[in-house]
Write a protein that binds this ligand. Structure first.
Ligand SMILES: [Zn+2]
Length: 600
C-alpha cells in the first residue's frame, strides 16, 4: 500500500467543458484513482478550475462582468459536469482561493530566494487603451516570411514558422483591432537553463512513460530559454516582492499559478480534513512522503507544463538546480512519478471547436444519455494513445452492441432467471461443479490481476477489453449450459448451480468494471442483493474560503467506503427481485438527430 497522488489537469473556467476535454484528462484519471483505491492505496485526487489570465479578462470585459464573476459562473458549471460524470475528486477547487494565492506566492518567493527567478527588461506588446499585456496569440498581422495575412504573433499557421509579434507587418489586436504598442517593460523570468541538468537527470530515470511523451519531453530540454512568469495584467496573483506586491498592473502569469494548483489543492484538502500537515504524505520528498507516487493526467497540448515547467518549479524551490539553494518552508517536494498524457478526440472527423460549434458539451450529453454510456465509450474508444474520432454512429454501436447486448444482457438474464426460478441466489448442487463451471469461475478470478495491472500501467483500453472478455465468456457459458431448458424438477439443482456460477461471475465482472462504470456498478451490486456503497460518488459542497475569501462550491467525497479489488463470494439464499434493465438501448434515430443538431 502506498500514497498515490492523482493530479488532474485544471480546466480553464471560460466556458463549459466538452466531451473531448473529459475524455483526455477526466475519465482516465478517475478510472485510475478508483482502481488504486479499490486495490488498497491511499489516493489523493485533486484539481480545480484555472481562472486567471487574459482570456478570462477579455471575455469578462466583452460580457460586462468582472473576471471573478465569469470564473464563478463556469467554476460551478464545470464542477457540476464533473460530478455528474462521477469523477471522484478528493478535492476539486479553484485558483482564486486565498489558500492558492498563498501557496503560489510561497513557491515564487522560494524560487526567487534560490536565484531561479530573475528580473529582465524586455520589449512587450501592450494594448494602448488598457495598458495590459497583449499575449502573442492575440496579435495578428502579415507574416514577414510568407506574406500570409492572418499570421498570429507566436506562429504563422500558413508557413509554420515561429514568430515574434514585433516582426509582424501591420500588427493588430484580435481583441479590439487596435495597433499594439511595443514598450519596454520589466518582468520576472524563470531561469529554466539553470534547471536543465536536474530535469534531464530526472527524465533519464523515468520508467513506464508512454514513449512519445518521454521523447517529446527530453527534446524540450535541448532548447530551454528563460520564460516570462509575470504579465501586465490586473487579473492574477500579485507578485510577492517588495515594490511589486501592491502594484495593480503586474501579476504572476496564469500558467505559473495554475500548475501550482496541484500542491495548493492538496494543502487545501488537508486543511479541510482538520489535519493541515496531511498533504505531506503525498508531497514531502523527505520523510513521510518519500515513497509516494504522483501521476499527472492531461491532454498532449499540456505535456510541457507537467514534464518540464512543473518539475522545474519543484526542483528550484527545493534548491536542486545548478544555482543550488535551500528548500522553502514547505520542504523538498516530490517531482511527478509519471506524466500520463492522452491524445486528441475529434468529432465526426473534425477538431472540437466551441466557436465553430463543432462541440458536444458534457451537460448536453448527460441530459440525453447516461454518464456510464459516455464513460464506456471513452474507455474503449477514447484517445488513450492515438487521436481518435467520436462519431454518433460508433457511440450507438458501442452502447447497443457491447454495453447493452453484452454486459447488460448478461446481468439481466442471470438475475431474472434466478429471481424467477428461485427468488434468491441459488446454492451450488451437492453434486458439485463441472469443468465448465470451474473454468468460467477461474477466468473471472484471473481477471483481477490482469485488469488491475493494465489500469496501473495506464492501458485502460486493453484493461476494459479484458473485463469485457470475462463478460463474453460468461454469455457463451450461459448459451452452452442453457439453464432455461432445465425445467424438470429433477434438473433444478443443476439449473441452480449454473445460475449460481453465472451470478458469481456477474459479481466479479461488476467489480472489474467498477472503475470504468461506477454508476451502473452500484445498481448491479444492488440487483445482486447487495446493500451499502459499492462505488462511492462525489458530491458538491458549498464551502467557506479557509482564509476569509468568498465561499465557493467544492467537489469532494468519502471514498474510504466501497468495494475492494477482489472476488467476493455471492451468498446462496440472498433474495433477488426481477431486475430493471441497467443500461438503456438507444434508438438508431439518435444518430440523425444528433448530426442535425450539430449542423444546425
Ligand atoms: Zn508565414
Amino acid at each position: 500500500m502506498s500514497h498515490v497522488l492523482a493530479a488532474v489537469a485544471w480546466p480553464y473556467a471560460n466556458g463549459p467543458r466538452h466531451i473531448g476535454h473529459v475524455s483526455g484528462f477526466g475519465v482516465p484519471s478517475d478510472v485510475f484513482a478508483r482502481y488504486m483505491r479499490m486495490a488498497g492505496h491511499d489516493v489523493l485526487m485533486v484539481s480545480g478550475t484555472d481562472e486567471h489570465g487574459t482570456p478570462i479578462q477579455v471575455q469578462a470585459d466583452a460580457e460586462g462582468v468582472t473576471p471573478r464573476e465569469l470564473a464563478d459562473r463556469y467554476n460551478r458549471v464545470i464542477a457540476e459536469d464533473l460530478r455528474a460524470l462521477g469523477l471522484s475528486y478528493d478535492l476539486f477547487t479553484r485558483t482564486t482561493t486565498r489558500n492558492h494565492y498563498a501557496v503560489v506566492q510561497e513557491l515564487f518567493q522560494g524560487l526567487h530566494r534560490n536565484g531561479y527567478i530573475v528580473p529582465k527588461v524586455t520589449t512587450g506588446a501592450i494594448s494602448p487603451s488598457t495598458g495590459r499585456t497583449l499575449p502573442d496569440r492575440y496579435i495578428e498581422g502579415t507574416c514577414p516570411i510568407c506574406g500570409y495575412d492572418s499570421a498570429r504573433g507566436d506562429q504563422c499557421d500558413n508557413c509554420g514558422n515561429q514568430l515574434d509579434p514585433v516582426d509582424l507587418i501591420d500588427p493588430k489586436s484580435k481583441i479590439n483591432g487596435e495597433t499594439p504598442k511595443f514598450v519596454e517593460t520589466e518582468h520576472f523570468f524563470l531561469d529554466l537553463p539553470a534547471l536543465a541538468d536536474v530535469l534531464r537527470q530526472w527524465l533519464d530515470t523515468r520508467e513506464g512513460w508512454r514513449p512519445n511523451v518521454l521523447r517529446f519531453s527530453k527534446n524540450l530540454l535541448d532548447d530551454l530559454q528563460p520564460r516570462a512568469i509575470t504579465r501586465d495584467l490586473e487579473w492574477g496573483v500579485p507578485i510577492p516582492l517588495d515594490g511589486w506586491r501592491d502594484r495593480g498592473d503586474k501579476r504572476i502569469y496564469v500558467w505559473f499559478d495554475a500548475v501550482i494548483g496541484y500542491l495548493s489543492a492538496s494543502i487545501e484538502w488537508a486543511r479541510r480534513t482538520g489535519d493541515p500537515e496531511a498533504w505531506r504524505k503525498w508531497w514531502s520528498a523527505d520523510g513521510e512522503g518519500k515513497d509516494a507516487r504522483g501521476y499527472y493526467f492531461m491532454g498532449k497540448d499540456n505535456i510541457v507544463f507537467h514534464s518540464v515547467i512543473w518539475p522545474a518549479l519543484l526542483s528550484g524551490y527545493s534548491g536542486e538546480g545548478s544555482n543550488d539553494g535551500e528548500p522553502g518552508e514547505l520542504g523538498r517536494l516530490n517531482l511527478p512519478t509519471e506524466v500520463v498524457s492522452s491524445e486528441y478526440l475529434t468529432m465526426e472527423g473534425r477538431k472540437f471547436s466551441s466557436s465553430r460549434k463543432v462541440v458536444i458539451y458534457v451537460r448536453d450529453f448527460l441530459e440525453r444519455y447516461d454518464a456510464d454510456a459516455l464513460r464506456y465509450f471513452i474507455a474503449v474508444a477514447g484517445p488513450e494513445s492515438n487521436d481518435t474520432d467520436f462519431t454518433w454512429a460508433e457511440f450507438l454501436r458501442r452502447n447497443n452492441d457491447e454495453l447493452v447486448a453484452g454486459w447488460g444482457n448478461l446481468v439481466n438474464r442471470s438475475v431474472s432467471m434466478a429471481a424467477k426460478n428461485f427468488g434468491a441466489i441459488p446454492p451450488v448442487d451437492p453434486a458439485g461443479l463441472t469443468e465448465a463451471d470451474e473454468a468460467l469461475l477461474a477466468t473471472a478470478r484471473a481477471g483481477f490481476a490482469v485488469v488491475g495491472d493494465l489500469i496501473a500501467k495506464h492501458r485502460q483500453k486493453q484493461a476494459i477489453g479484458e473485463a469485457m472478455k470475462v463478460v463474453a465468456e460468461a454469455n457463451k457459458y450461459l448459451s452452452e449450459q442453457a439453464p432455461w431448458k432445465l425445467k424438470d424438477e429433477a434438473d433444478k439443482p443443476r439449473m441452480g448451480t449454473i445460475l449460481h456460477v453465472a451470478l458469481q461471475v456477474v459479481s466479479d465482472a461488476n467489480t472489474l468494471l467498477t472503475p470504468f462504470l461506477p454508476h451502473s456498478a452500484q445498481k448491479i451490486h444492488e440487483l445482486l442483493g447487495g446493500t451499502g456503497v459499492h462505488a462511492p460518488m462525489p458530491v458538491i459542497e458549498e464551502a467557506d474560503d479557509l482564509d476569509g475569501g468568498p465561499a465557493y462550491p467544492v467537489l469532494t467525497g468519502d471514498y474510504t467506503v466501497g468495494a475492494r479489488w477482489e472476488s467476493v463470494p455471492v451468498q446462496a439464499g440472498r433474495p433477488l427481485a426481477a431486475p430493471k434493465p441497467v443500461f438503456r438501448k438507444l434508438d438508431p434515430s439518435i444518430v440523425e438527430e444528433e448530426l442535425a443538431r450539430l449542423a444546425g
